[in-house]
Design a protein around this ligand. Structure first.
Ligand SMILES: NC(=O)c1ccc[n+]([C@@H]2O[C@H](COP(=O)([O-])OP(=O)(O)OC[C@H]3O[C@@H](n4cnc5c(N)ncnc54)[C@H](OP(=O)(O)O)[C@@H]3O)[C@@H](O)[C@H]2O)c1
Length: 283
């Protein structure tokens, strides 16, 4: 793996939050970056701010649920830089609501963005990295990829799927010199909650008998979100994953996220289940 300053790195979901913070951090190292997301104006402004010459940091607007846009993204990256060293699969959002009431097409869409787009990008990028004999794929999952909660089980299941896909893919690509790393954020202060609320608006508008449980969950989240760290804490993990000679298989940050996973490992499943359900029980 070349040093960070010589790497070509593709970051998805770079128009906001963790992806934007990662772009800012990696740009400081001198790496060449391709920034992608749907909002072209935000990508362009960020790329210009990070590299006014337009040589090292390139915006590429794409909706990752669309096959032709994913293909154009990878073809465009290779045409521009001639190689690719790392793919950061960060784009994602949360569909909220009780499973009974979330329309199947909303569940499918959440899987399209959080799982199938990631799988498709890995399929496009794997042959490139394999032929080079080096490269890294960094998948941003979540603590919710290890702990599933009521009323947000759709999102949590997408992240569980991504954890399993990443762990399996790691063994498939290792013989070819390609490493797969998982990063599990805890609560991070970004637009994530407002994006989740917007994506789930129809479901949340009519929750029927689940209404009091959902408002308890909202209050619980508001309390826990006070633990939230800034997105640079995850950007630092990405930087470590790309610069370490032997990166960890999983990075979990910030500290509260490591504590949650430690508690999940330590306590019997019934105790963990009871504790999580406390957060949705109306008071
Ligand atoms: N914030 C947290 O507390 C937290 C915790 C655990 C895990 N995570 C994970 O961290 C990752 C980044 O989240 P964040 O907190 O930075 O949220 P965010 O601020 O809402 O950013 C999400 C990014 O994903 C992009 N995106 C969404 N749908 C897309 C699509 N169809 N095609 C292309 N790009 C798309 C958005 O760009 P456009 O809207 O411009 O397309 C945006 O850049 C997500 O995978 C999330 O699940 C976040």
């Amino acid at each position: 793996m070349p040093p960070l300053s010589e790497q070509v790195i593709l970051i998805t979901g770079a128009s906001a939050g963790i992806g934007e913070a990662t772009a800012r951090r990696l740009a400081r190292s001198g790496a060449r970056l391709i920034l992608t997301a749907r909002r072209a104006d935000r990508l362009k402004a960020l790329a210009t701010e990070l590299d006014p010459t337009g040589i090292r940091v390139v915006p590429f607007a794409a909706d990752l649920t669309l096959a032709e846009q994913r293909e154009a993204l990878i073809t465009g990256t290779l045409a521009r830089f001639g190689r690719l060293d790392a793919l950061i699969n960060n784009a994602g959002y949360a569909q909220r609501g009780p499973l009974e009431r979330v329309p199947l097409e909303s569940i499918r869409h959440n899987y399209e963005v959080n799982v199938f787009a990631v799988v498709a990008l890995c399929q496009l990028v794997a042959p490139v990295l394999r032929d080079q004999g080096s490269g890294r794929i960094v998948n941003i999952t979540s603590v919710a990829g290890r702990i599933a909660r009521p009323l947000t089980s759709v999102y949590d299941s997408t992240k569980h799927a991504l954890e399993a896909l990443s762990d399996g893919l790691r063994g498939e690509l290792k013989p070819f010199g390609v490493q797969v790393v998982v990063i599990r954020p805890g609560f991070i202060a970004t637009d994530f909650v407002s994006a989740a609320t917007a994506a789930s608006a129809d479901t949340l508008a009519d929750l029927g008998p689940y209404t009091p449980y959902m408002s308890r969950l909202r209050d619980g989240f508001a309390e826990l979100r006070r633990l939230a760290a800034g997105p640079d804490v995850i950007a630092r993990c990405v930087e470590r994953a790309l610069s370490a000679r032997r990166p960890c298989l999983h990075y979990t940050a910030p500290a509260h996220a490591r504590l949650f996973l430690f508690a999940r490992w330590l306590f019997p499943a019934r105790v963990v289940d009871w504790f999580i359900r406390l957060r949705t029980r109306p008071v």
